[in-house]
Ligand binder design. Sequence first.
Ligand SMILES: NC(=O)NCCC[C@H](N)C(=O)O
Length: 276
Amino acid sequence: MLGAGHRTNRTDRFERPVVPSKKALVRRPSPRLADGLVTHIEREKVDVGLAGEQWEAYVEALRTHGWETIEVEPADDCPDSVFVEDAVVMYRNVALITRPGAESRRAETAGVEEAVARLGCSVNWIWEPGTLDGGDVLKVGDTVYVGRGGRTNAAGVQQVRAAFEPLGARVVAVPVSRVLHLKSAVTALPDGTVIGHIPKIDRPSLFPGFLSVPEESGAHVVLLGGSKLLMAASAPKTAELLTDLGHEVVTVDISEFEKLEGCVTCLSVRLRELYA
Ligand SMILES: NC(=O)NCCC[C@H](N)C(=O)O
């Protein structure tokens, strides 16, 4: 018998069958992690050894909850490469390789492109003058919110429209000025409710069905499947709120990545649909 949510008749525009997947890309931290970029917060000393342990625990949490993790070739010369989400945006089985807004991060995309191509994804690219970081893209059903901020420019937003609208997406541009990325401010629960910490959001009214959370890092959830959410240990009040709303919260300590403005979402790329 097929599991709930299994769609047998989904095809891409070339009638190739696509099926649900629970694969996640991850990328081992660079030994140069401590040199990662910091924009909106004060720089704090990063313990690279501890970061390695936290990364292993994060990957283990994904695996424990049914995700097959696929390691992208490490990029040891790129301090921020562990934040693999910024290098690619998935919409169904189509991978859009980004052109990161920070020049120091551009070399990260080659290894990610290779990984998604190997998985059989259809591959597209953001081209100059466009810039886009994956952290600026939040998908809620077929709505794709794109943060226009410090890392993603107007041409980048237009190119996301060109790539995904023909596939049925509705692309909504959102101003982002108070945090690094759109998903540093908001993510979404399994029922589509957008959650965020109000002081960090430029225009909360852009999101229908919005729930305010008490902590900045409480705004970051990875949907593990069913009612399970992966969250950072740094947001206990939000974890309590979401548990009280019937979600099952799994926490990981990612303190060393938070010192570099990273969050649970940016440490992996979830591929939820792939070619059969
Ligand atoms: N999607 C994300 O939230 N990425 C975090 C990137 C942090 C990295 N230090 C950066 O500034 O690019």
